[in-house]
Design a protein around this ligand. Structure first.
Ligand SMILES: Nc1ncnc2c1ncn2[C@@H]1O[C@H](COP(=O)(O)OP(=O)(O)OP(=O)(O)O)[C@@H](O)[C@H]1O
Length: 302
């Protein structure tokens, strides 16, 4: 997505500037109304951008995506489309199989049975969770290269949620499926994501590697002066009690390096929780670009 904008009623979504490498899982997070579904709709080409360019598998399709490219995209919407409501799960699957030449009926049946979805029930009569499980099975059945999931776990019971995670992990094993998942469930982000993209008030604040995000945001205690504490990189909070200093830093790798250079060994180090990190990121305390201290030249030994 290259400098993409989309106006939605009174809110502008964008600029979105995002590259997703094949075979990775990207979690899309942000407050309600921040633009996550709009971003997914743009990627599913349900809406077109007002400005900017989107390319799928290296190709732009401003006039509409051809069916032979669309077949590579699986999509689980936040709210299921009503058109198929009168069909049973089996009939809806048969209909979709026509549009997806890669449809794998064995895989679909296996998923339906793992998720315990009633095959002969009309989609309109299904519970929210059953319908969601059908949508997941149908999206996975054609072995999509790009899987777009908009709050997929909404309505799932904990057992089905576990199955979903297992199946998504299974998809990742061949390294060919790229997944974008909009979610409010941080456990899902922790367990699945390679990268985290944060939307805030319509803007994309950045894309960061999840492991780096967790590794680089820490609370540390050490013996030193308040000046030493406040001068450390990425510090957003300090507290001092005599010689004992407590800091919260969003550049913990760099801060540890500086402390080490000064011959100071932290007494205690604690990772921040993902929800706290996202809050600091939303508040603009964390830069969302991918350059990291550990990746910078000369710091590889860290
Ligand atoms: N079909 C639409 N027509 C006009 N405006 C829309 C439409 N869909 C969403 N919007 C608006 O666009 C903005 C972004 O909505 P979007 O659904 O993308 O947010 P979201 O991050 O997915 O929210 P949530 O977490 O609540 O699902 C909101 O201000 C919303 O009111």
């Amino acid at each position: 997505m290259n400098h993409v904008y989309k106006t939605r009623r009174d809110r502008q979504i964008g600029p979105i500037h995002l590259t997703i490498e094949p075979g990775y899982v990207v979690a899309l997070v942000g407050h309600n109304g921040s633009g996550k579904s709009t971003l997914i709709h743009l990627l599913a080409q349900l809406v077109h951008p007002d400005a900017g360019e989107i390319r799928w598998f290296g190709q732009a399709y401003p006039e509409g995506m051809p069916a032979d490219t669309r077949q590579w995209i699986g999509y689980v919407p936040e709210h299921p489309a009503r058109e198929e409501d009168r069909l049973t799960a089996e009939a809806a699957a048969a209909f979709r199989a026509v549009w997806y030449p890669g449809w794998d009926e064995t895989r679909f049946q296996r998923l339906m049975s793992r998720f315990q979805v009633p095959p002969h029930t009309k989609l309109s009569r299904m519970s929210k969770g059953e319908r969601r499980k059908f949508e997941l099975a149908a999206a996975l059945a054609p072995h999509p290269r790009l899987l777009l999931l908009d709050e997929p776990s909404s309505g799932l019971d904990p057992f089905a949620w576990k199955v979903m995670l297992e199946e998504l992990r299974g998809c990742m094993e061949n390294g060919k499926t790229t997944v974008m998942i909009a979610t409010h469930i941080l456990d899902e982000v922790k367990r699945l994501a390679d990268y985290v993209v944060l939307m805030h008030e319509g803007r994309m604040l950045g894309k960061l590697e999840k492991d780096h995000l967790l590794e680089n945001s820490k609370e540390m205690w050490f013996e030193g002066t308040p000046e030493e504490a406040s001068e450390l990189p990425g510090v957003i909070e300090t507290e001092s009690e005599g010689r004992l200093q407590r800091i919260v830093t969003l550049a913990a790798i760099e801060a540890s390096f500086v402390l080490e250079q000064a011959g100071i060994h932290p007494i205690r180090v604690r990772r921040l929780e993902l929800d706290d990190i996202l809050m600091h990121w939303s508040a603009g305390q964390l830069s969302g670009n991918e350059e990291t201290f550990a990746h910078r030249k000369g710091a590889e030994h860290l």
